[in-house]
Design a protein around this ligand. Structure first.
Ligand code: APR
Ligand code: PHB
Length: 389
């Protein structure tokens, strides 16, 4: 079989790239290891930058997001008894959109059904070949058969645990990593959100986040130890702990209820360089991971997709390769800034097991400066709503 592009991974970055390419008449096949239901069963974050929203519009997949997404003009940071509101509209002139990643992925799959495009689910033994030459190909097992697809380019959109990054020789690749000594215990509940904007709270008991999916579906997180297990957390213990970490007025009015999903996510910062190896281009979690504190996971995947799509579009339009040749550098330039912001938010708002009294004072002084300085609030707002592509 032959397709112009083989996209490995049917998560949000692979599907968004596939939809953008399809609209340009560039044929891309998607190979996904899991079933569609499994991919859609993952609970992930839901804060979208304008850049992401614009790309969904360009891909023709924005209708439901624009109908059901919530526009937020700001967010709240609280640190012990100090609270500061970051005004996105004032400092960055744009809102963010609250719309779950699961819904984004569902819309992209439905768009793919409607517009065509070949997707293989439950593929196994995906192996990449000939990336360094002009005739790359991918082999895999599907429906019990060995299959091969010849192509011009391979897009590695297969996440952190995928095969694409590992197909780049260690001699060529350099990984950078920071693993944080805590996790996030998340709960989804069919309750009205406690606040009309997200609350990022830091208390002596640790971090907490009040987020939402819609006006009847709330998402809350508390910082927990990296070794902790979901079984240790009854709903009652979760709500009590959350109340003790968020501002008193929010704790007063929070509506609690049974959790419909509860899970613990580890926190890590990770980047691999380069993001290109011959005819292979890495996108999203396949190349970089951010701790969720800056809400940048999906958004940084989208900026990769933007740069790669522009490069492929120019290549198929008139053979121009500048975009593809500068892809890795352009994508990494923005990725490192997003990594820095996510690391900074994580370092500022979490309590570290080995935190000294001096470290604590540093966090307090940072929050004090943030609450007094328009420039500091603007810097946070510009990073949160999304740096330009
Ligand atoms: N072959 C085929 N598919 C694979 C393989 C493989 N060897 N390995 C992994 N996959 C699939 C996974 O099953 C998954 O559906 O690749 C997809 C990768 O999707 P994501 O992990 O969601 O990564 P990405 O599309 O880059 O989206 C990044 O996801 O984890 C969040 O915070 C992250 O929001 C960010 C977003
Ligand atoms: C979420 O809604 O799940 C969410 C929001 C903001 C974050 C992380 C997660 O920073």
């Amino acid at each position: 079989m032959r397709h112009q592009i083989v996209i490995i991974g049917g998560g949000p970055s692979g599907l968004l790239l596939a939809q953008l390419l399809l609209k340009q008449g560039i044929d891309a096949v998607v190979l996904e290891r899991q079933t569609r239901a499994h991919v859609l069963g993952r609970i992930r974050a839901g804060v979208l930058e304008m850049g992401f929203v614009d790309q969904m519009r360009e891909a023709g997949v924005a209708d439901r997001m624009e109908r059901e997404g919530l526009l937020h003009d700001g967010t709240i940071l609280s640190y012990n008894d100090r609270e500061v509101r970051i005004d996105f509209r004032k400092h960055a002139g744009r809102p963010v959109t609250i719309y779950g990643q699961t819904e984004v992925t569902r819309d992209l799959y439905e768009a793919r059904d409607a517009t065509g495009g070949t997707t293989y689910f439950e593929v196994a033994d995906v192996t990449l070949h000939g990336m360094e030459g002009d005739t790359p190909y991918v082999t895999f097992r599907h429906d019990g058969q060995d299959k091969r697809i010849d192509c011009d380019f391979i897009a590695g959109c297969d996440g952190f645990h995928g095969v694409s990054r590992k197909s780049i020789p260690d001699s060529v690749r350099k990984d950078y990593e920071r693993v944080y000594p805590f996790g996030w215990l998340g709960v989804l509940s069919e309750t009205p959100p406690v606040n009309n904007e997200l609350i990022y709270a830091s208390s002596d008991r640790g971090f907490a986040l009040c987020s939402m999916r819609n006006m009847n579906l709330s998402r809350y997180y508390v910082q927990c130890s990296a070794e902790d297990r979901v079984e240790n957390w009854s709903d009652a213990r979760f709500w009590e702990e959350l109340r003790r970490r968020i501002p008193p007025d929010a704790a007063e009015r929070i509506v609690t209820g049974p959790s419909i999903e509860k899970s613990i996510a580890p926190l890590r910062s990770f980047v691999t360089e380069p993001m290109r190896f011959g005819r292979l281009f890495l996108c999203g979690d396949a190349a970089h991971i951010v701790p969720p504190t800056g809400a940048k996971g999906l958004n940084s995947a989208a900026s990769d997709v933007y740069y790669l799509f522009q490069g492929l579009k120019a290549f198929y339009a008139d053979g121009e390769t500048d975009g593809l040749d500068s892809y890795s550098q352009k994508a990494l330039d923005r990725v490192w800034k997003v990594e820095r912001f996510s690391w900074w938010m994580t370092s500022l708002l979490h309590r570290f097991p080995d935190q000294s009294a001096f470290d604590q004072k540093m966090q307090e002084a940072e929050i004090a400066f943030l609450s007094e300085s328009e420039a500091a609030q603007e810097a946070l707002a510009r990073n949160y709503v999304g740096l330009p592509y």
